[in-house]
Unconditional design. Structure first.
Length: 719
């Protein structure tokens, strides 16, 4: 019986199992699948949660860094008014102390004061650029230009500012970099100058090198890469991340990175890229890439010696800096010269046989009496050219070697200067529109080849002596144009402006009224100052027209090039009101320069409602013209900000209000707008102390003060 029940149970279970497997197998597997999906979902949610936490942490870190960068920039702008004046005061005190400590100072007091003025001028120009970027007034233009003119301008300005600094500045330019291209040369020069200026001021070490390379792009245009490297020891990661955020350094008493901030903004506008990397203990590398367009095919072979006989020379080079010698080798090798470079140490250990060489290029510090005698002996038996290398920043002069030296060559160099040096050194005749015969027809009495000496105690009112004269300003820099116009607007001199050399030629030849004086910038796009002057001098009608050049690079070779073009005189940049007056007196006045100017005091300007004009002028390098340009740009950038402020308050956009206050606190203090400065300080404090409910009360006050300030600015501009 038991077996029967067991058998029956087995049969029943089998039937049940068969029934289950047939009817419910799908449901069973569905539950299994759902369970698996649930486990997968839980796993995904867990992983996702971890990832979200990581992303949030990363976002918080980035936000914190951004807030720190904004804080640094806010501090810069908030203290701008006090700091600009502080820069000049501290620099002047240090300069006076240095002069008093030694009677053998390599610079005169006037030169030291000029360097202080130039430093403050740089800060003020950066401020104007900052305002123009804020008001979106900066425009990128594309015009044909000569890259060598840009490099010459940079060389002159940087080396002038850092004169005496024991740093080697090297330009290492690839041979395929074109001479001419299409782009924005003005802003390119500004970017390169700002980067070099920052490196020389804060990093440098014993060497700063600018390498320029060219890359072709898919659309048959070109990209130029500018790589700046220094041996200054590098900087930390934290400082590197904040490098393009300007701030004020209390210890150094100077702005750090304001020019670099402006440069970075310009790079973005030009569709370029600017990056920096640093290795502690070694140095920094800034890499700038910018797009340009090609010019006509006729410009491909751009540095051509007029006669093949002057190619394939044997050249020997020794410089104090081996990297500098290699860069110079590249420039000579362009002309198919066979170039040998050895180090300074090797040269001093064992002087090589120099007889096989046609050109010997040596650092001026290497010349000894024995070496001079040896080179003289070689020269008696063959044609040998001896070139002395020197530095624009820290020149080394050996008076006893002048007789043996054919050319003094100042670094940093570029390909065009090497070409012109070879042509001059071998006295190669190069046909030009403005030939030697034509040049000899210029009135010699009107040519002044020396440096212009500034007249003391000159104010803008003194230019009224030249009332009614017609002058032409040829300058591609809009700010420089406006500064000159503002400087002369009280004089009742008739002023015309050309943006490049071609416009200048057209104006001179097409004007109904003859010009009495032309102020000609050298470095300009489309047509530079050299060519424009030559084109004007082709017509004998303009033989007596005085043309005075502006130039940053004041070298003997550049001066000779200017006068060979038909220039009458030159002014070194940055412009000085006393030197400008001297030039006007030389060419526009029949009377000698008035000596009574030295007894005249400085002109004092009255204040207007809410505007301390005299204080503002002191912040602008004591330049009325520069101050007027600053307040003009301020009016354009912030003159209508009352509407913006009201909208921000009503929409409770407190962060934007804070940023507006930060901008205006520094700027209003800088221009002497004391009432507006006080109001902005109050508004800023409402935000700091979380009194946001008080902000609507300031809408009417803000509108009134800005309206008053705008009227005062208009009155000053109209003076």
């Amino acid at each position: 019986m038991k077996k029967t029940w067991i058998g029956l149970s087995i049969v029943v279970c089998a039937e049940a199992t068969e029934s289950f497997s047939v009817q419910n197998i799908e449901t069973f597997w569905i539950w299994i699948a759902l369970f698996a999906l649930a486990m997968i979902g839980i796993t995904i949610l867990f992983v996702s949660s971890r990832q979200t936490m990581k992303i949030q942490k990363l976002h918080q870190d980035m936000l914190q860094k951004q807030l720190e960068m904004e804080k640094n920039q806010n501090l810069l702008l908030t203290n701008m008014s006090e700091n600009i004046h502080h820069i000049a005061k501290q620099a002047l005190e240090r300069s006076n102390q240095a002069i008093e400590q030694t009677q053998q100072h390599y610079q005169t007091k006037e030169e030291v004061l000029e360097n202080v003025e130039n430093r403050l001028l740089t800060v003020t120009n950066d401020l104007i650029d900052f305002l123009r970027l804020k008001s979106k007034k900066v425009e990128i233009v594309n015009e044909k230009f000569n890259i060598n003119n840009v490099l010459n301008e940079i060389s002159g300005s940087i080396c002038s500012r850092f004169s005496g600094k024991n740093t080697e500045l090297i330009f290492d330019i690839d041979n395929n970099v074109p001479r001419y291209m299409v782009g924005d040369s003005l802003h390119l020069g500004q970017i390169l100058s700002s980067i070099l200026d920052h490196i020389m001021e804060h990093f440098s070490g014993d060497e700063v090198k600018l390498e320029i390379s060219m890359f072709n792009t898919f659309d048959e245009n070109i990209e130029l890469q500018f790589k700046f490297s220094d041996t200054g020891g590098g900087i930390s990661t934290e400082k590197l991340e904040a490098l393009f955020t300007p701030y004020y350094d209390e210890n150094k008493g100077a702005y750090i990175g304001l020019g670099l901030f402006v440069a970075n903004e310009l790079v973005s506008m030009m569709n370029g890229e600017l990056s920096v990397e640093s290795i502690l203990g070694k140095g920094n590398i800034f890499t700038l890439t910018l797009p340009f367009s090609k010019t006509d095919d006729a410009d491909k072979r751009v540095y051509r010696l007029p006669e093949k006989i002057f190619s394939a020379k044997k050249v020997f080079i020794v410089d104090n800096n081996y990297n500098s010698a290699l860069a110079i080798k590249k420039m000579f090798a362009y002309f198919k010269h066979e170039v040998k470079v050895i180090s300074k140490d090797e040269f001093l250990r064992n002087m090589p046989n120099l007889t096989p060489y046609d050109i010997v290029v040596l650092n001026e510090g290497l010349f000894t009496i024995r070496l001079v005698e040896y080179l003289n002996k070689i020269k008696t038996g063959k044609e040998l050219r001896v070139i002395a290398l020197n530095d624009l920043i820290h020149a080394h002069k050996n008076n006893f070697v002048d007789a043996i030296i054919d050319v003094h060559l100042f670094k940093p160099l570029n390909q065009e200067r090497i070409l012109e040096m070879i042509i001059d050194m071998y006295d190669i005749k190069v046909p030009t529109a403005f030939n030697t015969e034509k040049k000899g027809n210029l009135p010699q009495a009107n040519i002044h080849k020396g440096h212009i000496v500034g007249t003391k105690n000159v104010t803008p009112l003194h230019f009224q002596e030249f009332k009614g004269k017609n002058i032409l300003i040829v300058e591609d820099n809009l700010i420089n144009q406006k500064v000159l116009i503002n400087l002369l607007h009280q004089s009742e001199i008739h002023i015309s402006v050309a943006n490049n050399g071609q416009e200048a030629v057209d104006l001179v030849k097409g004007s109904k009224n003859d010009f009495d004086l032309v102020l000609m910038d050298i470095n300009m796009p489309i047509m530079d100052g050299y060519t424009a002057t030559q084109m004007i001098r082709l017509d004998a009608k303009y033989d007596n027209l005085p043309i005075v050049a502006f130039t940053a690079l004041v070298l003997e070779s550049e001066i000779r090039k200017m006068f060979n073009s038909g220039i009458n005189a030159f002014l070194a940049k940055p412009l000085n009101i006393g030197k400008l007056y001297t030039v006007f007196a030389m060419y526009l006045s029949e009377k000698p320069i008035s000596e009574t100017l030295e007894e005249n005091g400085e002109e004092v300007y009255e204040n207007y409602d809410g505007l301390d004009v005299q204080k503002g002028i002191s912040h602008a390098n004591n330049s009325v013209a520069l101050y007027i340009e600053v307040i003009k740009e301020f009016g354009i950038a912030y003159g209508k900000s009352a509407e913006v402020f009201e909208k921000l308050v009503l929409e409770h956009r407190y962060e934007q209000i804070r940023m507006l206050c930060v901008d205006l606190r520094g700027l209003t203090g800088t221009i002497g707008a004391y009432d507006m400065h006080g109001l902005i300080t109050e508004i800023h404090q409402c935000l700091l102390y979380n009194k946001r409910e008080l902000l609507p009360n300031y809408i009417a006050k803000y509108t009134f003060e800005m309206k008053t300030l705008n009227k005062s600015i208009q009155k000053v501009v109209a003076l």
